[in-house]
Design a protein around this ligand. Sequence first.
Ligand code: AMP
Length: 293
Amino acid sequence: MRLILLGPPGSGKGTQAQRLLHRYGIAQLSTGEMLRAAVAAQTPVGLKAKDVMASGGLVPDEIVIGIISDRLDQPDAAKGFILDGFPRTVPQAEALDELLKKKHMRLDAVIELRVNESALLQRVENRVAEMRARGEEVRIDDTPEVLTNRLASYRSLTEPLIHYYSERRKLLTVDGMMTIEHVSREINRILAAIGAVGAKTPKKAAAAKPTARGAKKSAKSAGKRVKSAARGAGASAKGAKAAKNAKAGRKAGKSAPRGAKTAGRKAPAGSRARAAAKTKKAAKKVTKKRAKA
Ligand code: AMP
């Protein structure tokens, strides 16, 4: 499974990425975390990124693209990944398309966590209070002033990605204002509907049983739930079509013996047997008549 989580700061991308990582065992690729580690380690990348990050701006595209390119080559990314905080600009998204193409990887979906901006400040304040309570170091960019800048960067540079991915039929939007649990459930439901979680989940394995009703039902609900989820819905629709044909075939089979004498077609076994029995009976009658005579 290869996913992008898209949303403004404080929308819950990190939290949901963690949950997905535990559930599906795939890598979480967070450019923000990688950059913070680089800043802490004072690497050349960290030194370049430090001030931009502290002010709430975006680190230059070529730096983050380089980081992601290297990270995608790590063995744990081969199983699948969740991109959290990348891409953040259209050039980053275009570079990602190129990278994935070169690495023969296909993106399953981009999940947008849509939130009410006025709630974000409160959320970030809560996050800071929780981190302090746990005795953790608080991010220097988690202040109201820097958050305002981060939101401005999101609006002008990252929000165009909504259009970018919706044009490519990859975008799926989830209401990020629900509880963490509800958002997770919604994401998992979407992933199942598009077929991104395959036969891993027991639910999906049961739905994959080739019963006509099951196939029809899953196609209907997948189509209803995720309009742009072409892969999963398409697969189920195929199943439903096959089931319909099978049903039609069974129906035709039942009524076939009566009108079986169609041009160029052999009569079905049932009618052939009846005809043979009739001939046998007539032959017996003739033999008896002859014997009497
Ligand atoms: P995050 O943890 O995702 O909120 O990222 C923290 C900060 O790291 C951002 O405010 C940016 O300064 C920087 N950053 C993270 N990801 C990117 C990216 N894809 N492009 C540019 N800057 C980024």
